[in-house]
Design a protein around this ligand. Sequence first.
Ligand code: ZN
Length: 320
Amino acid sequence: MKPIQGLHHITAVASDPQANVDFYVGVLGQRLVKTTVNFDDPGTYHLYYGDEIGTLGTAITFFPWRTMHRGRIGSGETSAMAYAIPRTSIEYWRARLTDLDIPFEETNLRFDDPVISLADPDGMVVELVATDDPSTIQFWKDGPIPEEHALRGFHSVTLLLNTLPGTAALLTEQMGYDFVGQEGSRFRFCGASNDRGLYVDIDVQPDVPRGSFGAGSIHHVAFRTVDDSEQLEYMAAFRAAGQQVTSVQDRQYFHSIYFRGPGGVLFEVATDEPGFLIDESIEELGSSLKLPSWYESKRDFIEKTLPPIDHPDFSNTLSK
Ligand code: ZN
């Protein structure tokens, strides 16, 4: 059983699907790589964004529930997700966000890296960490961002917790993460990824109350395991350590197990295979509604239930 290979995907809750598309595609320049439905609630979209092919460690997914009230960040959840950008791109992103009237803040350096912090349309905290060593991605050439400034996949997630030890032990003793540093209340752990989604930060705030789940909340963080057999080894190991782990769930594009960590954060361990190209070509990714086989007989009803989404088109953009 190898160490966990870094972040697989992040899943969050949104309200309006169009606003979600407009922000992640139109502002951040991520490609909508899969348009499907919530397998437990097929009248709701499940939208996946990433680099050109949704490379693992770039994929963020949303359930947009139009009537969902806004959540409030608190302990026991993932309080922020961060993309990496090249250090040389920070001016570009300051100018782009200013031009688009997107408010942002620049925090103190974090482990020597500048951080731009903004909120998505539902108030979810999205950070851009400007690093000298940004990871590699498969660039989406039809997007709105020039290649040299494109987001480089996930840099990290921040878990907001009241205490450190339980989750730190989970990461280091059961998932193969290494503790690599502390800065104030922030404790950083590094995974064994090839290069994307390396870091899990734990922000220890003993007095922060529990959050209120809603739009803008990060539902869970998924970690990479290479295949089904290793996933079963992880399942057995987590159970032996006392975690309440679900059975394997077929998520069509990967297979997943879930458990709630000691600090309250919902973790998923997901396989690399079969991947997003199982039902679409690279050119087609995200362009039409994909349903798992067990929902195909209900396609007409589902398509009538879902609100239409306009896909931003940058093909005529003269200057990026
Ligand atoms: Zn997931």
